[in-house]
Design a protein around this ligand. Structure first.
Ligand SMILES: Nc1ncnc2c1ncn2[C@@H]1O[C@H](COP(=O)(O)OP(=O)(O)OP(=O)(O)O)[C@@H](O)[C@H]1O
Ligand SMILES: [Mg+2]
Length: 461
């Protein structure tokens, strides 16, 4: 963005200068030529005034002052001067012989006819192109001679080249100023914008406490930063409120639920209640099972809220150690169901995880797998070390899930039709929330065994 801005600004300046200056170069040559010719004409008339008397008296050649004057003028102006009499024969001219015939020069003939003449032509004597100015020397109305001044046309080219150098310098300075201005603009505008964009990315990434610097850049950017911060504050507040509500609601539900369970239990134990009628006893048992389910659901919701709040403070955990410990814990239940619970670890596997979350994730995943694993099948708990991450895989030989269901299983309260009764549908949602809170991911894959491979990927510290 910064480089593009500089390129655009410099490009625009170069374009404007080109559009403005290119026609100027052509125009410059015309102007310089006119200037030179006008000056030569003026000088020729002045010289004509000075030689008039000497021409009349035929004493031009003797006038040493006049000769000196012309010689100095020729050197200082880089021109060539000749004065002729009415016969077009040279009487004064440091570059020519006295008496040299100029009657074959049309401009001299014009001047002797009383008409000043200026122009440009090729010269055999001087070589190359030249400008000429020829004026008559007048005494009253009579023409007594002619003065001609010539200058090489390269004089004009030199003048134009000088001007072009000046113009080039102006162009270079303008481009440099434009580049500098672009650099300053880029610095003051794009830098704070880039910071703002980084803040927005961090906020989007879940860092709700992220705020943009408000005092940088032009006022529009500062006002944008202020509005961004207001928005971030609102989002943080809303999320906090929502979490607080879910947490409090779940918490508040626990007490009446426990009370309800105690009442149901005492009803089941009392002689007038359950003992009297087996049908009533069955109803009461079902009601107790429902309160247990409700209880698990509330615990699950509380875990989810806690996992969301745990936010961005993961700790380092050895996944291999925790996996081994949880496999020991689940072994008796697996055995009871006739499932072979197997552990595969390769040394230590240090990962970043929310404190206490690995146990919770492994428990949820083994619980799910044991629900579907048929007797005689194998249930593998595997911890694998990759270069930049640690993978936990729990692979069962159960019926598996379709691809769509494997993603849907992470939705809160989703349970596959015909799933073992008693679950709340929150286990996988909790697993994913805990994994993501530590910068990891959780997914269900189709296992080669036909069952499901639940995969949790965590970052290395
Ligand atoms: N390994 C698996 N094989 C087949 N289906 C599975 C497996 N794991 C999960 N599921 C399906 O995904 C659903 C959602 O799982 P989840 O763990 O979120 O909830 P749950 O086990 O039903 O309840 P909870 O874990 O809250 O007690 C399950 O009901 C089940 O239908
Ligand atoms: Mg579950």
């Amino acid at each position: 963005m910064r480089r593009r801005l500089i390129a655009v600004l410099v490009g625009v300046v170069v374009l404007v200068l080109a559009v403005q200056d290119l026609p100027l170069v052509g125009h410059l040559r015309v102007v310089e030529r006119d200037r030179l010719v006008t000056r030569l004409e003026r000088d020729a008339f002045i010289l004509a005034g000075r030689v008039e008397e000497d021409l009349e008296s035929g004493t031009v050649a003797e006038n040493a002052v006049l000769l000196g004057l012309v010689e100095r003028y020729e050197v200082s102006e880089d021109v060539s001067v000749v004065v002729t009499d009415t016969q077009a024969l040279a009487v004064l001219g440091p570059d020519f012989d006295t008496g040299e015939d100029f009657s074959n020069r049309p401009e001299i003939l014009e001047a002797l006819a009383g008409r000043p003449e200026t122009g440009e032509r090729d010269s055999v004597t001087l070589g190359g192109r030249l400008f000429y100015v020829a004026v008559p020397v007048l005494s009253g109305d009579a023409v007594v001679g002619a003065v001609r001044i010539t200058a090489p046309t390269s004089r004009v080219d030199e003048e134009v080249a000088d001007r072009l150098w000046g113009l080039g310098l102006v162009v270079a300075i303008s481009v440099a100023i434009a580049a500098f201005a672009a650099l300053v603009m880029a610095w003051t505008v794009t830098r704070p914008l880039a910071r703002l964009s980084e803040s927005a990315a961090r906020l989007a990434g879940g860092s709700l406490t992220e705020r943009a610097p408000e005092g940088e850049g032009p006022s529009e950017v500062r006002s944008l930063a202020r509005r961004f911060n207001l928005m971030a504050e609102q989002i943080e507040l809303l999320v906090a409120r929502q979490r607080a509500f879910a947490g409090t609601a779940s918490h508040q539900l626990r007490t009446p639920l426990t009370a309800l369970r105690i009442r149901l239990e005492s009803l089941a134990a009392s002689s007038e209640g359950a003992a009297a009628d087996p049908e009533i006893a069955e109803h009461i048992d079902e009601a107790i099972a429902e309160t247990d389910r409700l209880h698990r659901m509330i615990e699950g919701l509380l875990s989810l809220t806690r996992a969301e709040e745990a936010g961005l403070a993961p700790v380092t955990v050895d996944l291999a150690v925790v996996a081994a410990e949880r496999v020991d814990y689940w072994a008796p239940l697996a055995e009871e169901r006739g499932v072979e619970l197997r552990l595969s670890i390769e040394g230590s596997a240090i990962a970043l995880a929310v404190a206490g979350s690995i146990e919770q994730m492994i428990d949820n995943l083994i619980d799910n797998a044991l629900d579907v694993a048929p007797a005689g099948s194998e249930l593998l708990v595997e911890v694998a070390n990759a270069r930049d991450r640690i993978e936990l895989r729990i692979i069962d030989e159960g019926p598996g899930l379709s691809e769509a269901d494997r993603e849907m299983a992470f939705d809160r309260f989703w349970r596959a039709p015909g799933a073992t009764p008693g679950g709340s549908g929150l286990g996988l949602a909790i697993v994913r929330q805990l994994a993501e809170s530590a910068g990891g991911t959780a997914r269900l894959d189709a296992a080669s065994t036909g069952g499901v491979a639940a995969v949790v990927v965590l970052r290395r510290p």
